[in-house]
Each structure stands twice: as structure tokens, then as C-alpha cells.
Design a binder for this molecule. Structure first.
Ligand code: ZN
Length: 597
């Protein structure tokens, strides 16, 4: 399945990895590479390194690595074909597919997205300049959406006429219908789907427009919101409004705010919370959670308290367990939506989000707060009600902590409460969330002389290669990398021919500069080699007369080793040691594999 290999390769070749990356990372040229703060983990010192010649990147902090396609996959959260298509579109390339049906499906999707994109522009233009959009502009102003926001979010106006869009776009019937922009009426003439509504274009995660949320103007009749119908490109159970803009911040915050309205998303952003998304006219679905968990480990619901309270608790607990996310609730002051609060008191809105409590905690508080607790009888009833809420949670460890809290708030004995919620249920073994790795600086990446030597073999091949020999590489992986590099003049070919483990090592080697002097590295390699040789000799000469025979050799080695520290004698000592190593029975030089000239 998928795109022709040849085309994938072509996309890699025509794409400038640095140009693609600078949309997401600030890169600075350092020597022959580029460096910046890793977009995949939080860091203050740059450990993200890009080699534009090889088209590869690597983060020495979190281990993220790959080529431009991997980068786009990770940063845009696309699958492989999606990433290749994304890059191909940038490069103006048309891709060929291995399966004609798939190619056709993707082509069709592209056609429909183009249609919606034209509609977005047309509706937006109407809102900005058309006289009949006056009330719509007034409504948006009243909601605190100024011209800047209107432009940023491409908000539009669907005129109150039955076919203005259809006439303007002149789409083939099938495109109008399949894109959800319109339908054919009983006389078979093209008819607009949206009429007399303020339109919020909805983009998919990669930023392609796929549909609209339409808000009726106050005082008009009809449902308050009308969204695009389900189509090949619009699936409301999967789409989250604003995810295309918010995803980068969601990743860095490791948190997504989920609200209910388009204007709420815009309000959050205006209050500096750029990681909010909205469901498009549905409750939060499992697909939404699955999508969000690839960006963040925490989901904060910013619904009004009643909506959040009525959410199906057991589904949330199930999702928490299944997707390893934490669901929390940001409790908004009664009757106020985030968009209002963002305007009237942005600081309060930020506090509300920061003070979000775990979903179960929210429900327990809500139960206890709603019941009187003046008398022992009332406190007992409140405790019963709270325990019923707690009992729904699948983890006994979690349940127990809330039982303690209820006990303290109702002044009842925790032990007697505990027995009421303990029930025979499988203990959920929730894996601990993956620890964010701390980020060592690029330069502190443990530099063994062997990896330094490999790096120099790439950068200063002529200087170092006469000094290198297989016996200097004690680590089999380093040895393999050495042989592979030696066998290929172009490091890219070495990389392509290496197996996974070696390729990974070569990736590290190729994506950091060495500022070491070749001779210093050779010296360190030889020190290590002598140390190994001495150990070897010691172990193999148990008999006293043998030891005597070797004493001269040991003394010679130790002397040369000391000379390595002496700048005057260093080169000579290194030559002597290298010659000695070459004569050792274990050194057994093998031919470099498959010289590719
Ligand atoms: Zn990183």
C-alpha cells in the first residue's frame, strides 16, 4: 500500500530539511550542522542537531531522530503517506501510488478539500466586505472578536440566500454535495448548505479545511449551531476544532484543554492559553481522546459544571486507563463560558485551568457541595452519596484516597467507609506515565574515544584513517560502524548499508561535530588498547616463567604508553604501539566489506 518508493525518494531529495524544520524550530548553523532547541521535548540548551547534507536530525536529549519525513510525521502527527503528501504538496509534486484506488481516494479527498478551501475564502471575504454581513460583524464584535481574530480564524458569513456560494464557486454537483457545501434541491439545482450563519471554518489536524461550524445570529429562528454533515473529509467524532493551531502548544504543555465552542477556543488563545480545542457539536468521544493522547498526557475539560457533571464517568475512567491520560475538570464559575471569562477576567480563566481537579475529585466535590452537612445524619447521607460516586472508579488505590477525603469532610471513620466501596474488581494496573527524559546537552553526550574516532573518520578522514585499526575498537558495534564507514566513501551510503543498530550509532556520529584533535583521539584509543593488552597478558601468564618471558613486553608497552603523554615522543610512540597491535594474534585484520567504488 502507499506511495511509490521512487516518489518517496524524490520527495526526500527535493525537500530542504532545514527549510521544513525552521517552521517549527529555530536552527542555528554550527559548523557543518544546524542546532536548535528540540521541538519534541522541553529544554533550555540546544540538543537538537540537523545534518542538512544527509537530511537527518537527532536530538541528543530525548533521542528523537530521523529524516525529514519522520520529522513531519512526528511534528504534524501524520502517518507516513500523510507526511510524504504534506511534503510533496509543499514541493508542488504529484505523487503516484502503488494502489490505484488509494491514489484515487486521496486525489478525491484533495479535490474536496480544495472546494472547502475556496468556500472558506469566499465566506470570509463576504464577512469582511459584504453589506449584508453587517449584523454578523456586529455579533462578532459583541463577542469580543475583533478584525484580527476574524482574519486569524478565517471566520466567514454565509449570506441568507439559497445559492450564492454555489453560484460563486460553480463546482460540479458531485463536489458540491460530497464536500458538504451544498446539495441538490427537488428541482435538481445547486443549493447552499449554510444560510444566514456566521461560519467558523474547521481544519483537520494538518491544517486542511474540512468543514464549518455555523452559528445563527441572535434573534433569528433555527438551531443555534449547525455543522457540516459527515463526509469523506468531515468526521465530527474525530475532529477537534483548533487542533491544527493548538497542537504544538499542547505538546509543550503536555496538556490539552477541551471546551465546547469555537469562540471558547479563540477566547482561551486570547487569554494566552493556546492549547485549547473544541469538540464540533458532539460530546467528547473515544476517537478524540485517542487523538489527544498522542499530543499530551493530560486532558482538561473546560465545560460548564453541569455538562461536565453529566459526562459519562465510566467512559472517562476507561479512557484514562486505556490511553494513559489524566482527565481533569476546570470548574468555571456558574453560567459563564470560557469565551466570556476570557474577555472579562483572563487571569481568572488561567487560574481555573491551573486549578483543574481530577475528574473523580470534581465529582466527589460536586456531590458533597450539593448536600447539607449540618447534622450527623446529613453527613452520613452525604458520605453515602459520595461513596457511590467513588465506587465507580476502577482503581482501588484511587478509590481509597477519595474515601479518606470523604471521611475527613464528613467526620466519619475511614475504615467503616472503606468497607462500603471495596468491591471485587480487577485492580487496574496503570503503567506509570513515561518519564520525560532530562536533556543532557549535546556536548555532554558521553564521548568514548571510539565514537570520537568514528566522527573524525567522517570529518577528517585523511588525517585519522592511517591511525585507525580494527583492534582499536573494543565495542563490536563501534567496530561494525568503523568497518561500514571505511567501506563507503559517502557516509550516506554507509548509513544506507548498515543494519539497524549500526545505523543508529552512525546517526549519532553523523549528527554531532567533533572538536577533538585527531591525534588526541588516537592517543586515547591507544591508551585503551594498551590497557586491554596488559590485562590480556596478565590473565594469560599464570605460570612464573611465562610471566618472566612477558615481562619485557609489558615493560615496553608501559613505556610507550607513558610516551603517549609526551608531546615530543607521542607520534613515534603511537606508531610503535600501532605496529605492535597489528602483530598481535587477536588483531586479525579483515578486509573492509563491499568497497563501493
Ligand atoms: Zn529532544
Amino acid at each position: 500500500m502507499g506511495i511509490l518508493d521512487e516518489d518517496v525518494q524524490r520527495v526526500r531529495e527535493v525537500t530542504d530539511i532545514v527549510a521544513v524544520m525552521t517552521e517549527h524550530v529555530q536552527l542555528k548553523r554550527v559548523g557543518r550542522r544546524w542546532q536548535g532547541l528540540c521541538p519534541f521535548h522541553q529544554e533550555k540548551t540546544p540538543s537538537f542537531s540537523v545534518n542538512s547534507e544527509l537530511g537527518l536530525y537527532r536530538c541528543f536529549g530525548c533521542g528523537a531522530k530521523g529524516d525529514v519525513i519522520t520529522f513531519v510525521r512526528e511534528i504534524e502527527h501524520l502517518d507516513f503517506p500523510g507526511a510524504v503528501e504534506h511534503l510533496a504538496a509543499k514541493a508542488g509534486m504529484t505523487l503516484r501510488y502503488t494502489d490505484r484506488n488509494e491514489g484515487e481516494a486521496r486525489r478525491r479527498k484533495g479535490v474536496l478539500i480544495d472546494a472547502v478551501a475556496r468556500a472558506v475564502d469566499w465566506y470570509h471575504e463576504r464577512l469582511l466586505s459584504s453589506p449584508d454581513a453587517g449584523p454578523a460583524r456586529g455579533y462578532l464584535r459583541d463577542r469580543g472578536l475583533d478584525g484580527e481574530a476574524v482574519r486569524a480564524y478565517k471566520i466567514g458569513w454565509a449570506p441568507d440566500s439559497y445559492d450564492s456560494l454555489a453560484r460563486a464557486l460553480r463546482l460540479p454537483d458531485s463536489e458540491l454535495v460530497d464536500s458538504g457545501l451544498g446539495f441538490l434541491n427537488s428541482r435538481n439545482s445547486q443549493t447552499d448548505f449554510f444560510r444566514g450563519r456566521v461560519l467558523f471554518p474547521i481544519f483537520d489536524v494538518s491544517g486542511d479545511p474540512v468543514g464549518f461550524g455555523g452559528r445563527i445570529l441572535p434573534g433569528r429562528t433555527g438551531p443555534k449551531y449547525k455543522n457540516s454533515t459527515e463526509s469523506r473529509i468531515y468526521a465530527k467524532s474525530k475532529l477537534l476544532y483548533g487542533l491544527n493551531w493548538a497542537k504544538a502548544t499542547i505538546v509543550t504543555e503536555d496538556e490539552a484543554i477541551v471546551c465546547e465552542g469555537y469562540t471558547d477556543v479563540i477566547g482561551f488563545a486570547s487569554a494566552g492559553l493556546r492549547h485549547a480545542v473544541a469538540t464540533c457539536g458532539t460530546a467528547l468521544t473515544e476517537d478524540h481522546v485517542r487523538s489527544l493522547k498522542s499530543f499530551a498526557r493530560r486532558v482538561v475539560l473546560a465545560f460548564d459544571a453541569d455538562t461536565a457533571g453529566q459526562s459519562a464517568a465510566d467512559r472517562f475512567y476507561e479512557w484514562e486507563r486505556k490511553y494513559e491520560v489524566d482527565v481533569a475538570v476546570a470548574v468555571l464559575p456558574g453560567g459563564v463560558d470560557p469565551a466570556d471569562l476570557a474577555r472579562s477576567d483572563p487571569e481568572r480563566l488561567r487560574e481555573v485551568v491551573n486549578g483543574a481537579v481530577p475528574f473523580l475529585g470534581f465529582r466527589v466535590n460536586r456531590t458533597l457541595d450539593s448536600l447539607p452537612m449540618g447534622t450527623p445524619e446529613q453527613r452520613a447521607r452525604a458520605a453515602e452519596a459520595a461513596l457511590a460516586v467513588i465506587a465507580e472508579h476502577p482503581s482501588d488505590l484511587v478509590r481509597d484516597q477519595y474515601v479518606m477525603e470523604v471521611a475527613s469532610r464528613t467526620r466519619l471513620d475511614p475504615n467503616s467507609l472503606r468497607s462500603r466501596v471495596d468491591r471485587p474488581r480487577a485492580v487496574t494496573t496503570r503503567r506509570a506515565p513515561p518519564q520525560r527524559q532530562s536533556a543532557p546537552m549535546a556536548s555532554s553526550w558521553a564521548e568514548s574515544p571510539e565514537t570520537e574516532a568514528l566522527r573524525l573518520l567522517v570529518e577528517q578522514r585523511d588525517e585519522i584513517s592511517p591511525w585507525l585499526h580494527e583492534s582499536l575498537f573494543a565495542d563490536p558495534l563501534n567496530l561494525d560502524a568503523y568497518q561500514t564507514l571505511l567501506a563507503h566513501h559517502d557516509p550516506r551510503d554507509a548509513l544506507a548499508s548498515a543494519d539497524d543498530a549500526t545505523a543508529d550509532l552512525l546517526g549519532k556520529v553523523l549528527l554531532a561535530d567533533s572538536d577533538a584533535e585527531p591525534m588526541d583521539v588516537v592517543e586515547r584509543l591507544l591508551q585503551e588498547a594498551v590497557r586491554r593488552a596488559l590485562t590480556q597478558i596478565e590473565m594469560s601468564t599464570r605460570e612464573p616463567d611465562q610471566a618472566l618471558a612477558m615481562a619485557k613486553e609489558v615493560a615496553w608497552l608501559k613505556l610507550r604508553r607513558e610516551e603517549l603523554d609526551d608531546p615530543v615522543r607521542r607520534v613515534e610512540a603511537a606508531e610503535a604501539l600501532l605496529a605492535w597491535l597489528l602483530q598481535q594474534p587477536g588483531s586479525n585484520p579483515t578486509e573492509p566489506r563491499g568497497l563501493d567504488e
